[in-house]
Write a protein that binds this ligand. Structure first.
Ligand SMILES: Nc1ncnc2c1ncn2[C@@H]1O[C@H](COP(=O)(O)OP(=O)(O)OP(=O)(O)O)[C@@H](O)[C@H]1O
Ligand SMILES: [Zn+2]
Length: 815
């Protein structure tokens, strides 16, 4: 008899044993999807992880209902990778499965289906089951898979649903249906109707008094006549420097010229010619040579290239080499950004052989990418962390850009894993090469490189021998004492910004706190406004005039009087980016000041629009949170200012200094990319702080040495391994008791010095759940896996207590 171990999309440990009916044995392989029922009536799509002959002794396994694929949907390398993640990050295979697969590939009882809007169904070509389902959906808008069992035999359900999805008649109902759109670009055209109504000489006559407008109108008309198929980019007209925005605006107001927007991806065909990549500079060539050598020895690479050193050019060379040798490439980004230079270039060169995969795609789009990857139609995939799980074949190169970015290991969605670290294993399973790249590598990667576990390749010079920005520290205490400040800005800093404005240069101001004020406090009784779901004060957002909890998203109106003592004496405390924006706008009333943070960028295309505005020089000062530090490559920014730099350091987190260094260096990297005149002004109460001093010196070896010494002294990674266990429950005393119990079990097995806690988490309540945590500091090396097994054993003992089964457990490995 034959049995199979099946992975189910459930948050349960391990795989599940099913019997393989003889009639299915003909084509039954690991990596195929099967339909099974689990715990009673519910059906699920599972994945075959193992085939064997071991009849289980303690129970009678159920039979697999049907096979859904003709060939494995998941390659062996991915199954190995899933097993590794599950073991290393102590999570369940089912959690990985849920994250990895688009919903329509893993239909289950609770999946809801609906008709696609405005479909015309060709009933003649449907089989009986398909017809029933369509008819049912016409009567009721939503039907879930369980309900379908009433009129379609179980074994045919998935086949029927799949075929109707393929025909695009039906779709999975998704709450997050907001479709991702590519960047919109502004285009111009002459208003044909005006031209038809009035003769050209008439129009020109009407523009007699404004020769510039006349000239511009003719320029647009000329381009349009020359090549009617080719849209005229607005920037193309304005960039020549001949015409101004106000002239264009008059033409648009007179209805002679129309401005319209097109999505970037719709235009691929027009954008035509692929330029050769510029030749690598001497330094870049040297770096590439070192990478080639490392790859020859089968080693992975950490590419540490200062900001604007041209890491992109090196990636491009390696990517194109891989593709030429018939291999496929995965390019991983922390977040998808279509404005990136590399994306634009690859898009031009590889067109349809380039794929994108990220959280913002709809389910249908995701399935489409799966299909194309499986058919080997995509050579280069650009994606975020979920792209690790696509069914690649022949993967030859993985590049992880901005490898230090914490978006690779979010703590909000399970399973918890670090995508950057996981690529090291993925590359192993595929025997692919790996480049981790950053201007500010994570301390862990740097350490691995220095230990020769990764090949360290350093690019210390900006492209074109452009100078790196200079750092200057402003002692804010002194400025304050001598009354040389206005609000959060020293007169010195104000003066520097003024100079930039006069020189027509752009300035960036970084303040990494959302909102307007951190708290609203009652002067009379000291009341502060806490979120009703969380143990967190609510942040005041002046622009939207509301209080927001940054942890659970809860909103409330701003209190007019103190809810406790009814005093009207309410005060704003703590400075958020909105306030910095307001101050700057007041200090420079004649300048265009824009704000870039998650709150202001929520509207559709807000980011794209602001990006273009900055690119076209319409913005003078950009105020923003860490968002402004990411990958922007503008050429007219010279001054970067950080008015309240201390706020980055005093955070309870052993990575606070590392993060501050990365953020300051990244944002400073936006300055002087062409001119080499970049300048960074840091206002601080502690100019002597070692991190500021080291940043000023700009010697990366020294900085990392400092970080590593601190980590060693206080026993933090990379010198120990951290595992954080967080327990959650709606009742505080229950979660407290359970945490004490787990602590005592762990202490039975592990040495005392490895265990910190249990204690209340820094955020004691989140979304109505009380949280307690236990931090484990475990030794590296062989001992680590031994101890991890003991941790597992402790967790199993914990799970045996019935009273604690309602406690939610979260395990963060290497967080
Ligand atoms: N060999 C080259 N020839 C021509 N231009 C180059 C070359 N290398 C880099 N550049 C240009 O230099 C600029 C900086 O390069 P790039 O954006 O790749 O830097 P980076 O190392 O990724 O920096 P960051 O980490 O700040 O994003 C870009 O505008 C790029 O086009
Ligand atoms: Zn909250």
């Amino acid at each position: 008899m034959n049995f199979a171990q099946i992975i189910l999309p459930l948050n349960l440990k391990g795989t599940f044993t099913y019997k393989v009916p003889d009639e299915l044995l003909g084509n039954f392989q690991i990596g195929m999807r099967v339909l099974v029922s689990f715990r009673g009536k519910k059906i699920y799509t599972g994945i075959v992880a193992e085939i064997h002959q071991n009849d289980p002794e303690t129970f009678v396994p159920k039979e697999i209902i049907s096979i859904l694929d003709d060939s494995p949907i998941l390659p062996k390398e991915q199954i190995d990778f899933w097993h590794w993640i599950s073991e290393y990050y102590m999570c369940n295979l089912g959690e990985i499965y849920r994250l990895a697969f688009p919903s329509s590939l893993k239909l289950e009882s609770e999946t809801y289906l609906k008709l696609k809007p405005n479909v015309k169904v060709d009933f003649e070509n449907l089989d009986v089951n398909e017809m029933y389902l369509i008819q049912a959906l016409e009567v009721r808008q939503l039907i879930n898979v369980t309900e379908i069992e009433a009129f379609i035999p179980k074994k045919d359900i998935v086949k029927t649903v799949k075929s109707l999805i393929d025909l695009q008649y039906i779709e999975i109902d998704e709450k997050i249906a907001e479709k991702y759109k590519a960047k919109e670009i502004a285009y111009l055209r002459v208003n044909e109707e005006e031209l038809a109504g009035n003769s050209l000489p008439q129009i020109l006559l009407s523009l007699k008094r404004s020769p510039k407008q006349q000239e511009m109108f003719l320029a647009i008309l000329e381009k349009q006549t020359e090549n009617p198929e080719k849209p005229i980019r607005k920037s193309e007209i304005l960039d020549e420097g001949n015409f101004s925005h106000s002239q264009l605006k008059s033409l648009v107001d007179r209805n002679l010229v129309q401005e319209y927007f097109l999505q970037k991806d719709r235009l691929e065909a027009y954008q035509g010619e692929i330029e050769e990549i510029e030749k690598l500079t001497h330094e870049q060539l040297q770096a590439k040579k070192e990478i080639d050598e490392a790859f020859d020895e089968g080693r992975n690479v950490l590419l540490h290239g200062v900001t604007s050193s041209g890491k992109t050019h090196i990636y491009l060379e390696k990517i194109e080499e891989a593709v030429e040798s018939g291999k496929n490439v995965l390019f991983l980004l922390p977040e998808i950004s279509l404005t990136k230079q590399i994306v634009q270039r690859l898009e031009k060169k590889y067109g349809k052989e380039l794929g994108f995969y990220h959280q913002k795609l709809t389910d249908f789009e995701r399935v489409e990418v799966w299909r194309r990857i499986k058919n080997n139609d995509i050579k280069i995939l650009i994606g975020t962390r979920i792209a690790l799980f696509l069914p690649y074949q022949n993967l030859g190169l993985i590049v992880v850009d901005e490898e230090h970015d914490s978006a690779y290991k979010p703590r909000e969605v399970s399973p918890f894993f670090n995508a950057k670290d996981a690529t090291q294993m993925l590359s192993k399973f595929y025997a692919a090469n790996l480049i981790l790249g950053s201007a500010t590598p994570s301390v862990e990667s740097y350490y691995l490189a220095k230990k020769d576990k990764l090949k360290y390749v350093f690019l210390g010079e900006r492209f074109g021998k452009v100078k790196l920005p200079e750092f200057e520290l402003i002692n804010f205490k002194e400025e304050q004492d001598s009354k040389k400040i206005i609000g959060n800005f020293s007169l010195k800093l104000i003066d520097e910004i003024k100079k930039e404005l006069e020189r027509k240069k752009q300035t960036m101001i970084l303040h990494n706190r959302r909102g307007y004020a951190n708290v609203i406090e009652c002067e009379t009784c000291g009341y502060v406004n806490y979120c009703s779901n969380c143990d967190v004060v609510m942040t005041y957002h002046k622009y939207s005039n509301e209080m927001k909890c940054h942890y659970c998203g809860q909103k409330a109106s701003k209190p007019k009087v103190c809810p406790k003592c009814h005093s009207e004496n309410l005060n704003e405390r703590g400075v958020g980016v909105e306030q910095i924006h307001e101050e700057i706008s007041r200090l420079f009333p004649d300048s265009e000041v824009d704000r870039m943070d998650v709150d202001s960028m929520r509207k559709k295309f807000a980011y794209e629009k602001l990006y273009e505005k900055i690119e076209e020089g319409e913005t003078d000062i950009i105020v923003g949170t860490q968002m402004i530090s990411k990958g922007l490559d503008f050429d007219n920014i010279e001054l970067v200012a950080i008015p309240r730099a201390d706020s980055m350091l005093y955070v309870q987190d052993f990575r606070a200094e590392e993060r501050a260094y990365q953020l300051i260096t990244q944002v400073s990297g936006r300055a002087g990319r062409i001119s080499g005149e970049g300048k960074v002004l840091i206002q601080t109460y502690n100019p002597q702080h070692s991190v500021f001093q080291l940043i000023k010196e700009n010697n990366s070896d020294k900085i990392y040495k400092h970080f590593l010494e601190e980590r060693k002294k206080f026993l933090y990674p990379p010198f120990v391994k951290l595992i954080m266990i967080e327990l959650k429950h709606r009742k505080e005393d229950k979660v407290n008791r359970s945490a004490q119990f787990l602590g005592s079990v762990l202490r039975k097995y592990l040495p005392e010095e490895c265990i910190l806690g249990p204690e209340k988490s820094p955020i004691g309540k989140l979304n109505l759940m009380y949280q307690y945590q236990i931090l484990l500091k475990l030794p590296r090396g062989k001992k680590y896996s031994e101890m991890k097994n003991l941790v597992l054993q402790s967790l199993e003992e914990f799970d045996e207590i019935t009273a604690y089964q309602s406690i939610k457990k979260m395990i963060f490995v290497d967080f």
